[in-house]
Design a protein around this ligand. Structure first.
Ligand code: T4K
Length: 389
């Protein structure tokens, strides 16, 4: 059966019995034997949380892997943002990107600061440095910029602005584990960076996150704040929260870390297959800078219009394929943010971008199924347009 969705014809019959669901993402499952060995250790020690040995081991291995000096493993990426904002002592107005997951903006508001929206660059969908400069006001103290889909922000230009106007820079690197610029992890830039290790991320610890900070005093505050404001001796040095993560989460993180190279190379293979299958279709893709080692965190595609996107999603959903509208709506539509100078680029892209399924449980055949479904959709849309012309 065909229906008109967004002005275009869409296949709406139920998916074939053999068409297993393909989600935008699925958690990577590491070797069960490796994971079980860590769980056995936890069982044996009966030490479950509060800075246990596996949490310490994970932090050490993550630092080595990323080449960073200071990293604190915390409960999730959102707590990482809140603790980092607090530890950096950000105040007043924080300039932030309109194109990100809601946690970026809501963390600022949660800390009772003022998120002011800044528009993005059409190529990378990352915050536009020129617009940052135009948006700086008397109460601006800082910049919170997201490396969207794991693609690096304009690091040098943002640093130059921060130096010029005395602003602090916090990077939301929720998607950025494994991305490097000029051989250096992008989590090592800015005054601090955060990362998410949520189960839907390419590298995960089920729930989890990390804070990387440059200044030892800021990092010390991060460590104390995630532990109710207490230092290692139990002395309360200020207000804190419970941002600690557990041994079980560290076990998953350690197990997945052993497979991280495989995870990235598999995602790269699948992404390159998409590149081939989708070439010639009326879709565009965000740009990855040449000096960037990309982590293949997502496979975003931009449609000509929201109507075409909605038609494509409905068509794919009917075939049991579930891309996601990351990120919709543009954060400038939230009622608790300052809309700043306006964010037309973000507002436009947010209506017509979606991420295609990409995860290590997918086969090349699954990518083929998605590619074919999209090609069929565009083929049918084109012939319908010809019929009605
Ligand atoms: N900053 C940015 C820029 C972020 O993108 C995020 C989070 C954060 C900060 C905050 O980090 P965390 O506090 O989350 O650590 C997901 C994630 O929950 C969220 O972590 C992520 N970004 C955001 C972009 O996406 P949903 O609502 O899309 O997840 P959900 O549950 O719909 O899952 C997506 C698909 O994954 C499902 O269709 C099926 C599959 N799935 C999911 C889970 C949880 C599985 O197969 N198994 C699973 O266990 O938010």
């Amino acid at each position: 059966m065909k229906e008109i969705v967004g002005g275009l014809p869409v296949q709406t019959e139920t998916a074939p019995a053999d068409g297993a669901k393909i989600f935008v993402t699925e958690p990577h499952r590491p070797s069960r034997a490796v994971f079980d060995r860590y769980i056995d250790q936890i069982w044996e020690r009966n030490w479950f949380t509060n800075n246990g040995p596996l949490v310490c081991e994970l932090e050490t291995r993550l630092k080595a892997r990323l080449g960073v000096d200071k990293l604190a493993f915390v409960t999730n990426g959102t707590i990482a943002l809140q603790v980092a904002i607090e530890a950096l002592r950000l105040e007043g107005e924080v300039l932030t990107t309109a194109f990100s997951f809601v946690a970026t903006a809501s963390s600022i508001a949660w800390q009772k600061l003022h998120p002011k929206m800044v528009d993005v660059l059409p190529g990378t969908l990352n915050i536009d440095p020129k617009k940052i400069e135009e948006s700086i006001g008397p109460n601006t103290t800082s910049i919170l910029a997201t490396h969207v889909f794991g693609n690096p922000c304009e690091l040098a230009q943002i640093k130059a602005l921060a130096d010029k106007y005395g602003l602090k820079v916090l990077y939301d690197g929720a998607h950025a584990f494994g991305t490097a610029v000029d051989g250096r992890s992008i989590l090592d830039y800015g005054d601090a960076s955060i990362v998410s290790f949520h189960a839907t991320k390419l590298y995960h610890s089920v729930e989890g996150g990390g804070v990387v900070a440059q200044d030892p005093e800021v990092f010390n505050r991060v460590c104390e704040m995630r532990n109710f404001g207490m230092n290692a001796q139990g002395v309360i040095n200020g207000v804190g929260i419970n941002g600690k993560n557990s041994e079980f989460h560290a076990a998953m993180g350690l197990s997945n870390l052993e497979e991280f190279d495989h995870i990235v190379s598999r995602r790269r293979e699948l992404s390159e297959l998409y590149d081939v299958l989708l070439s010639g279709l009326p879709l565009t893709r965000p740009i990855t800078p040449v000096n960037c080692t990309y982590n293949y965190a997502y496979y975003p595609v931009v449609f000509e219009s929201e109507a075409v996107l909605l038609g494509a999603l409905a068509s794919l959903n009917s075939l049991n394929i579930f891309p996601r509208r990351y990120f919709y709506p543009s954060l400038s539509t939230l009622d608790y943010v300052d809309k700043g100078l306006g964010t037309p680029v973000s507002d436009d892209y947010a209506t017509r971008i979606a991420c295609l399924p990409l995860h290590t449980n997918m086969s090349a055949g699954d990518v083929g199924r998605v590619g074919t479904a999209l090609a069929n959709y565009f083929g049918e849309a084109a012939s319908a347009r010809r019929r009605y012309a």
